[in-house]
Design a protein around this ligand. Structure first.
Ligand SMILES: [Zn+2]
Length: 150
C-alpha cells in the first residue's frame, strides 16, 4: 500500500495543534482520527492550514460508517497517484506535487515501484478480461497501462 509510505512533513506542527502525540504516517489510523476530530485547524500556519484542508477534501470525504477507518482514504490516495501519472507527471514530479499540495512526503522510488506494481495488476486484469471476452474491461485496462507506461 503506497499510503503506508506517506508521511506528513510537518507532523510535529500538526501534533501541537492536536494536543497529543501522533505518528508522522499520514494514513495511520491515529493520525486520521486526530485530523478528523481533534485538530484545531486555526492553530496551523497558513500553508499547513491549506494543505490539511486539501488533504481532507481529497481523501476524507466518504460517508462510510467506519470512516476514516473504512479504507477509502488509502484507496483515494493510490488513485490520485495513478491519476497524476496518467496526466503526465513522472514519479519525481508526483512526489513534489504531493509535498506542495498536501504537505506529504513519499519517496519517488516508492512511487515508481507502486506504479510498476499497478501496471502488473492491470496486466493481470487485461489477461483475465481477454479470457472471459470482457472486451470493455480489457480495453480499459490496456488504456490505463498505456497511460501509466508512456
Ligand atoms: Zn469510506
Amino acid at each position: 500500500m503506497i499510503a503506508e509510505r506517506a508521511r506528513f512533513k510537518h507532523a510535529r506542527k500538526i501534533e501541537r495543534a492536536v494536543g497529543y502525540r501522533i505518528p508522522d504516517l499520514a494514513f495511520h489510523g491515529a493520525t486520521l482520527d486526530a485530523i478528523t476530530s481533534r485538530l484545531n485547524i486555526d492553530r496551523l500556519d497558513h500553508v499547513l492550514h491549506d494543505q490539511i484542508l486539501a488533504f481532507l477534501a481529497a481523501f476524507l470525504r466518504c460517508t462510510c460508517r467506519e470512516a476514516p477507518h473504512c479504507g477509502c482514504p488509502e484507496k483515494k490516495f493510490a488513485a490520485e497517484i495513478i491519476e497524476l501519472r496518467e496526466n503526465g507527471l513522472d514519479h519525481r514530479q508526483i512526489a513534489a506535487f504531493l509535498l506542495e499540495e498536501y504537505g506529504i512526503t513519499v519517496y519517488p522510488a516508492d512511487i515508481l515501484s507502486f506504479l510498476e506494481e499497478s501496471v502488473h495488476v492491470l496486466e493481470a486484469v487485461r489477461d483475465i478480461a481477454a479470457l472471459q471476452n470482457q472486451t470493455g474491461l480489457e480495453a480499459a485496462a490496456v488504456s490505463h497501462i498505456d497511460l501509466i507506461e508512456r
